[in-house]
Write a protein that binds this ligand. Structure first.
Ligand code: ADP
Length: 422
């Protein structure tokens, strides 16, 4: 406290003393008056602090202004998913998600009535655990196939906080994975069992010696082995496409040229139906941004299906054009039995077949359209199946054009730059 005050005061007193001595020595004449005036002003200046450090007064410790405690309802509204606060077995608070799931009547209700589920009732009726507990799985709360994870924790004043986390998506993904492994194993086991059966029969001297029987059995074994091979190839394709799904293909692919190439491959394979392919192509469409091998696989699968499921002798028409929004479109049209509307949403599921016997007899794996769907998604395109029972099916693909090439063509047509020939 003395620090700032002392130095100034001492200086001021010193100046006044000097002025007083001068007055005394000079016997109060004009000079003395001037000197006392200067001394007085200097003293006043020092006393007002113009020539010194500011006085540091002790400060009271700073206290932060008290903030209002957030409202409990506000807090639970900010949590993702349904949250309930339980006091004395009754629901005291519920956020909007909880009201949406369990109904607007639950506030004030017994929690076992609010969450009507045997698994929930057991945990909520028991004593409050002091250590974190495993969540309880609740199936069928809200909708029949909905899966929830219920977390219950306690507060110091004996209330319970119930938080429900929606696990429906991850359960569906897990089920799909389990179903897929089961289906793939089943699809492989059937031809394998058949091959093993024929090998055993051929090992029998009587059947093995008959050249005609042996030839027939070997043909069946060959067909079954080919079926397994196709299935394994499709499974490998699917996993490869899935592993690349976030890598956007960016090569410019000329679809008119690719369709021509696929058509020649099908003609070379000597399938009689390949002669029914009719191509109606607009050769001026922009190239698409794509993966050439995968786009070729789409064409093989779609044209293959049209050949398999269209009536013998009827045309399989491939069209290529550009729509008014600039998207490149391809459609594959057949004249066959068509597909009933209830099957349409499920056609891209792995191993889904409208008529399993017919698909297998035609060499189908049940994976063709699942592969098409994944490739189209990787290309940021769209894919649509329209069908009329007894008339036929049209599958249409929409693919975005290759941006760089499209921009170069546009620039070339609007300037003197050399025109890019395709
Ligand atoms: P598959 O190998 O069995 O042909 P896909 O995944 O290619 O498998 O097709 C799934 C199912 O959709 C087929 O089994 C078939 O029942 C039906 N389907 C596909 N394309 C056509 C079509 N052009 N006409 C009629 N049905 C079709």
């Amino acid at each position: 406290m003395l620090h700032g005050f002392g130095s100034r005061t001492v200086t001021a007193i010193g100046l006044v003393i000097v002025a007083a001595i001068a007055v005394f020595l000079l016997e109060w004449n004009l000079q003395a008056a001037i000197i006392s005036l200067v001394g007085g002003i200097a003293a006043a200046l020092v006393a007002t602090g113009t020539g010194d450090q500011p006085i540091e007064l002790p400060r009271e410790p700073e206290v932060a202004p008290a903030r209002p405690t957030p409202d409990l309802q506000e807090v639970i509204e900010s949590v993702l998913g349904p949250v309930l606060i339980i006091a004395d077995g009754l629901v005291s608070h519920a956020n909007a998600a909880a009201l949406g799931l369990l109904g607007h009547h639950i506030v004030g209700e017994d929690v076992r009535v609010a969450i009507r589920h045997p698994g929930a009732a057991e945990r909520l009726a028991g004593p409050l655990a002091t250590t974190p507990q495993e969540p309880v799985n609740l199936v069928g709360l809200g909708a029949r196939d909905q899966h929830w994870e219920m977390h219950v924790s306690g507060t110091t004043n004996g209330q319970r906080i119930v938080h429900l986390i929606d696990r429906t998506g991850s359960h569906a993904a897990e089920r799909m994975r389990v179903d897929f492994v089961a289906n793939a194993s089943h699809e492989l086991r059937t031809p394998l069992a058949s091959i093993l059966g024929y090998i055993e029969t051929l090992g029998d001297d009587k059947a093995g010696e008959d050249a005609q029987v042996r030839g027939r059995f070997l043909k069946i074994m060959f067909d079954e082995a080919r079926r397994m091979q196709r299935l394994i190839e499709d499974l490998i394709s699917l996993s490869r496409i899935e592993s690349e799904k976030y890598r956007l293909p960016d090569r410019a692919v000329d679809l008119a040229e690719l369709i021509g190439e696929v058509r020649s491959e099908l003609l070379d394979a000597q399938d009689k139906r390949s002669r029914d392919i009719v191509a109606d192509l607009d050769l001026g469409v922009a190239p698409v941004a794509g993966d050439r091998a995968q786009l070729s696989q789409i064409l093989h699968n779609l044209i293959g299906n049209a050949m398999k499921y269209g009536r013998t002798g009827t045309p399989v028409t491939i069209k290529l054009w550009s729509d008014p929004l600039g998207m490149v479109r391809i459609s594959v049209v057949d004249e066959g039995d068509g597909i009933a509307p209830e099957h349409l949403p499920r056609l891209t599921e792995r191993f889904y077949r409208v008529d399993p016997g017919r698909s297998r007899a035609a060499g189908g794996t049940g994976l063709g359209l699942a592969i098409v769907k994944h490739i189209v998604e990787r290309h940021r395109g769209r894919f649509d199946v329209a069908s009329t029972v007894g008339v036929g099916t049209t599958v249409t693909l929409m693919l975005p054009p290759h941006q760089k090439t499209t921009a170069a063509i546009a620039a070339a047509t609007h300037s003197d730059a050399p025109v890019i020939k395709r």
